[in-house]
Write a protein that binds this ligand. Sequence first.
Ligand code: NAD
Ligand code: UDP
Length: 338
Amino acid sequence: MRILLCGGAGYIGAHAYVVLAERGQDVVIADNFSNSSPGVLARLQRITGEPVPFHPLDLRDRGAVVDFFARQPFDAVVHFAALKSVGESCERPLDYFHNNITGTLNLLYGMQAAGVKRLVFSSSATVYGDPASVPVREDASLQVTNPYGRTKLVMEELIGDLCGSDAGFHAANLRYFNPVGAHASGLIGEDPAGIPNNLMPYICQVAVGRRERLSIYGGDYPTPDGTGVRDYIHVMDLARAHADALDYLVHERHNLTVNLGTGQGVSVLQLVNAFADASARDIPYQIVERRPGDVAAVYADPSLANRLLGWQAELGVEAMCRDAWRWQAQNPQGYPAA
Ligand code: NAD
Ligand code: UDP
């Protein structure tokens, strides 16, 4: 199959590229580098041993998107392209609506005009908001607690309506829990611009000496050690699920919404300790106030993905920390300027 990865230069897209290329797919990346570096392309070439087909494309430009699809045949699209910072989405909601929702609408217009009828979409556990109980199943009620989450929910709904209008269009909504880790080569990994918002890249930057200490947001949650509990999933396990979802769309011709997590809740302190062991570095931290909008515990029931896709996470917290650390230690400042 010829597969377009929209936003494929980003953290998860780059790892999915490796898995799809290894499975013999013909993969093309389109991105506007708004939150990624062109340096990733040379790294992908080093891993796969082949030049990486890349096209600059901004999904906010509907004319450019429709033109692009008119010129290039694709069998499927994997849609990673979105802005993803919760805090930034509260400060600049309109930019988030425009980039994520209008961008997705433009992508769907382009696909429809060109007759491309398979889509794998990067959704998020954020659509569950503060779930009433854990582990969370896909049929839990959906709530949004911030503009970023609203964009994910609206994007799932837009895609669902398109599937409803065209029995030949099939989509997979993949609700990621907390992706962490890196490819085992240490050549690609998470490279946030500015101060990391997420826990694992922050820990990595403390370990490598770029930040003095981690602030742990809240030590008084109703969790075993008082710190927040999440479902961290190795990015290579997550990447594999995209290839499995594409197979499902081709062979089963059904739509699909699944959680992608390990099903294990891990606290902030547990992750910090696991990282300290894996890296043999001290991770200084202080416990501070809770971060507004955070919830105590969210982890997945991933059994539906196992039943429908035959997928399950294979890599545990130790591998997540070891691989994240290898990437950070080999690339203390992230990707080199291209
Ligand atoms: P990322 O920012 O590393 O990758 C997103 C890529 O999309 C970037 O390369 C960016 O330049 C590109 N992009 C953004 N807007 C674009 C546009 N208008 N046109 C073209 N390209 C555009 O993020 P990621 O961590 O790889 O996340 C990928 C997807 O997964 C996102 O949709 C994100 O919301 C979702 N997700 C991520 C997480 C996470 O913790 N990383 C969790 C749940 C869901
Ligand atoms: N967290 C933290 N310090 C940080 C970043 C995150 O204590 O610098 C905590 C956060 O409160 C949550 C967990 O780590 O309990 C995961 O946060 P992250 O932002 O990585 O993912 P989220 O689940 O919020 O999307």
